[in-house]
Design a protein around this ligand. Structure first.
Ligand code: 5GP
Ligand code: MG
Ligand code: MG
Length: 177
């Protein structure tokens, strides 16, 4: 099925039913891995909102949920620019933290988020991402433990992901053509 978003053509790539099926399995893995712990799920906005909502319905262990945004403060010169997590209202020190991302492309964003979270000294840190583009990845991560789908190096939209601000509300995931 083809659709147009802001005059650009996209075609169906992953149906919502497939996503739901995958999330049930990831949910089982999380429930086993974090049994008897109380992890903190940290969603990176905006893209994660739909994924996170569906994912958390599959998590049946006691857990906390919060959302953050990345923000960058520029100092007098560019080298002073520090990225921080905005909106983190839970102390992550000594906690089991699971970062929830919509998509990992180059991995630059994730790198910054991980560095920022590590400053809080969590007792463990894992990453759960809906989508991963292995061919685009520019960093090595030990933390990426849960991946919904590995996809090719192409632009996708829907299920929280946008194209020029549009398409986040789409239930299925589409790729640019
Ligand atoms: P990074 O290159 O730092 O891993 O990706 C940064 C951000 O770019 C992601 O969190 C996501 O918001 C956006 N992004 C990367 N690839 C795609 C894509 O294929 N589609 C959309 N809509 N956003 C993407
Ligand atoms: Mg993201
Ligand atoms: Mg975007």
């Amino acid at each position: 099925m083809k659709i147009q978003i802001d005059h650009k053509d996209f075609e169906l790539m992953i149906e919502h039913e497939q996503v739901k099926k995958r999330l049930r399995l990831i949910g089982i893995q999380l429930n086993v891995a974090y049994e008897r712990r109380v992890p903190v799920f940290v969603g990176i906005l905006n893209g994660c909102f739909m994924f996170m909502a569906d994912l958390m319905k599959q998590v049946h262990i006691s857990s906390e949920v919060c959302f953050v945004k990345m923000t960058s403060y520029s100092g007098v010169n560019r080298s002073e620019q520090v990225d921080e997590l905005m909106g983190l209202n839970i102390d992550l020190k000594g906690r089991d933290v699971i970062i929830v991302e919509d998509i990992i492309d180059s991995g630059n964003t994730l790198k910054k988020v991980i560095n920022s979270v590590k400053k809080s000294e969590p007792s463990s840190l894992a990453v759960c991402t809906l989508l991963l583009k292995p061919d685009a990845l520019q960093h090595d991560f030990d933390e990426i433990a849960y991946v919904g789908f590995e996809i090719e190096n192409q632009f996708v939209v829907g299920y929280g992901l946008d194209y020029n601000g549009l398409g986040r509300n789409l239930k299925d995931i589409y790729k640019a053509i």
